[in-house]
Design a protein around this ligand. Structure first.
Ligand code: KG4
Ligand code: ZN
Length: 340
């Protein structure tokens, strides 16, 4: 069979990204224009500014992705784009551009679910990984524990009841003065701190053993900071970061391994921005090793939003003939398709 080259476009949040991937597994280019600097001064992503930045960046980013792959537009087999979930303005930029591109070049269009993209990031770095496997997706907007039954077929076992794991990182980082984006900053600060210095709660959701909740932990950190301030005690930022991170990682690994034991899984993967966290990677790897489970994680650059993961997920949709019409629209609260 001829090689399949998918152009993947991602604009759901604050990264304008495009990539070319061969046969769903081999990255030929992966261009990421991050808007983090722009949003840092506001302490978080401002949707309207993000949309405008995507409009400015999408054309040069896609051109660069095609050029770095040493390809011409006509060599591309299909155009895959994230159409949800995410911020509606940013999503619309990518979707509109991808539709125009596909129409103009006479190429098929593929709509990709953002979480499906995060899961597929694992296929790029682990060529031997094939479903079935279990995957924990932890990002700024999502915390999902999923059984990947096949390409494009998912069973959601658990999800967050309130804040996503990355959202908790970002909010706590802001509270302790580390700024945006919180995840990488807490990760770094925690290396200098004692994870047992402060006993923050490990939340478990009653009746749903695989669900997550992080808002109580966030409140516990805020209460701790307030009480230190009232007592005039100095706050050790590194200890707060390390203790908060230990609580997040404990719950993520605890619920994941409970599910892995119950379902008897042989392969476990992590995905999403928080999957680049050094403590989570280490704890998950150790827990899997203890159980003889094969552990997979994408390299850090493929954990956060990128076009290659969208191209990889798009490849498997393309192979199934799941093509989108030119009526494709942005769906900010899109559910994971194929989930039961
Ligand atoms: O997947 P992603 O790029 O975007 C979404 O789909 O949300 O994830 C971004 C999230 C942010 O909340 C960021 O703080 C978090 O991932 N993150 C991290 C780390 N790097 C990024 N969280 C913890 N540790 C990290 N090293
Ligand atoms: Zn993401």
């Amino acid at each position: 069979m001829d090689d399949v080259y998918i152009l993947g476009i991602e604009t759901s949040c604050d990264e304008t990204a495009a990539a070319v991937v061969r046969n769903g597994r081999e990255i030929l280019s992966n261009v990421i224009y991050s808007q983090i600097e722009t949003h840092t001064i506001y302490g978080g992503v401002v949707p309207e500014i993000a949309s405008r930045k995507h409009i400015e960046a999408v054309v040069p980013v896609v051109r660069e992705a095609i050029s770095q792959a040493s390809m011409k537009i006509e060599d591309i087999s299909a155009v895959a784009v994230t159409y949800g979930p995410g911020l509606v303005g940013p999503l619309l930029v990518g979707v509109s551009y991808a539709k125009a591109y596909a129409y103009g070049c006479g190429k098929p269009l593929i709509g990709v679910h953002h979480i499906e993209g995060h899961i597929a990031a694992n296929y790029l770095d682990n060529k031997e990984l094939k479903p079935p496997f279990m995957c924990l997706i932890v990002s700024g907007g999502h915390t999902h524990l999923v059984n990947v039954k096949d390409y494009g077929a998912y069973e959601i076992l658990g999800r967050t009841m309130d804040d996503a794991a990355g959202e908790a990182y970002d909010k706590v980082a802001r509270a302790i003065g580390l700024g945006y984006p919180g995840g990488p900053k807490i990760d770094r600060a925690a290396k200098e701190g004692d994870p047992e210095a402060i006993a923050f709660p490990r939340a478990h959701v009653d009746g749903d053993e695989y669900d997550f909740s992080f808002s109580g932990l966030k409140s516990a950190v805020l209460n701790y900071l307030n009480s230190c301030e009232m007592k005039g005690e100095e706050i050790n930022t590194a200890d707060v970061a390390a203790s908060f991170q230990a609580a997040v990682v404990d719950v993520l690994v605890g619920n994941s391994m409970k599910a892995a034991d119950t379902y008897g899984v042989r392969k476990f993967a992590i995905a999403g921005g928080v999957a680049s966290n050094s403590a989570l990677r280490k704890a998950m790897e150790d827990a899997c090793k203890e159980r003889g489970i094969l552990f997979y994680r994408p390299s850090p650059i493929l954990c956060t939003d990128n076009g290659a993961m969208i191209a990889s997920a798009g490849y498997y949709e393309y192979m199934k003939g799941n093509l989108a019409e030119l009526t494709l629209n942005a769906v900010p609260n899109l559910k994971l398709s194929g989930s039961v």
